[in-house]
Ligand binder design. Sequence first.
Ligand code: SF4
Length: 334
Amino acid sequence: MHKTVKPLLKVNDLHVSFHVRAGEVKAVRGVSFHVNPGEAVAIVGESGCGKSVTAQSIMRLLPSPPSKVKQGQIVFKGEDLLKLKPARMQSVRGKDIGMIFQDPMTSLNPTMTIGRQITEVLEKHKQMSGREAKQVAIDMLNLVGIPNAASRFGQYPHEFSGGMRQRAMIAIALACNPSLLIADEPTTALDVTIQAQILSVMKDLQAKFGTSIILITHDLGIVADLCDRVIVMYAGKVVETGTKWEIFKNPKHPYTKGLLRSLPRLDQKKNEPLIPINGTPPDLIKPPAGCGFCARCDYAMQICKTEDPEISEISGSHQARCWLLHPLAQEVSV
Ligand code: SF4
């Protein structure tokens, strides 16, 4: 019999807005997804699609005001994070959910040694003694591939290179062995070689500790190696979700197809151009009534302008939000 896996994280109908001088920016408009234990899920999409806002809402890191969670639930291990008292949320953050950011310099404390930044977390969340925490911190620095970890323990962030700082961030985020790691564009600021090394560190640690990962990225290329499932976001909504093979081999939403066409491929013929997606995302102060991708979509129909498409089930694990997939839609080859 098929065993049902209980999700570690379930986001239900999340709506997040920012109240700015020009009006209400509806950055996240009804996002739902889940992450199973030990699973690595990528959230992909262009800048401003709502992926980072979704991640920061899970961690409750968005300043309010100007942000406001208007609606929804974020259920982690059976508790709605949006209802937790600040002290309880602080204990979840760092202990149960770790986060790494694009630029470690903005999240590492420049006035504290790297070692102290790890031991502080261990003493606070795991009630370890100073000596015990120091040993675990050195072990973590070793695990993330920092050479001479014992001597680098006493160094400051500015004494580390960009790639080493990102490794140190991973060590801090994973020090308490959290069940979920959220990595928001963790390799964007790094060159390609270091990017590959950081992704390989994350992959090894996921296999070793069984940590679930949410990888936020605009780059579908880095998803293939690390992730099991992909969530594609556009204009504050999830437009397609599936296993990585469903998304890479059988994409259904025109936006996902566009993203894939804009990526270089190994089998690309010489002089074969990459095809960018023309146009820009809609203004989320006045989001369109119909499909958010309508103004950029080559297949837009009359209904796309006025009615938001329903979610269509392609398989048990693959869904997309597009009128072309509606059973009544004409056969159109995209
Ligand atoms: Fe294009 Fe219409 Fe599908 Fe939106 S719903 S992606 S506009 S075909």
